[in-house]
Design a protein around this ligand. Structure first.
Ligand code: FES
Length: 121
């Protein structure tokens, strides 16, 4: 782990993970945490989303998928996952845990506590 990847949250538990420009449009970057990797996505509208980097199908790395609108296509078997909920697009079923993320002054901040509502912890 290099210095840039050190996990250092602020007093409220938010981790700064860089600027929006650090993530390629329609791409993602991975934040490694003791509880597993989190994928932080940027879509064409510069919206930012964060999901566990683990497809609900067979654990594929969602961070290597293609972002389209508010969905990402898993690189392994092409399941589509809603970026804003972590849920698989029907008829597929399952979800990737979603993490709160916010953008302030162009900087992305990520909470390491996943949202409720997904069984994948
Ligand atoms: S592991 Fe993601 S679609 Fe199969």
């Amino acid at each position: 782990m290099n210095h840039a990847e050190k996990i250092m949250t602020d007093a409220s538990g938010w981790l700064e993970v860089g600027r929006i420009e650090d993530i390629p449009p329609l791409g993602a970057r991975v934040v490694r945490t003791p509880d597993g990797d989190i994928a932080v996505f940027r879509n064409a509208e510069d919206e930012i989303f964060a999901l566990r980097d683990k497809c609900p199908h067979k654990g594929g790395p969602l961070s290597q998928g293609i972002v389209h609108g508010r969905r990402v296509a898993c690189p392994l078997h092409d399941w589509k996952i809603h970026l804003d909920s972590g849920e698989a697009v029907a008829p597929d079923e399952g979800c990737a845990a979603r993490y709160p993320v916010r953008v302030e002054d162009g900087f992305i901040r990520l909470s390491l506590t996943p949202d409720e509502g997904c069984a994948d912890r």
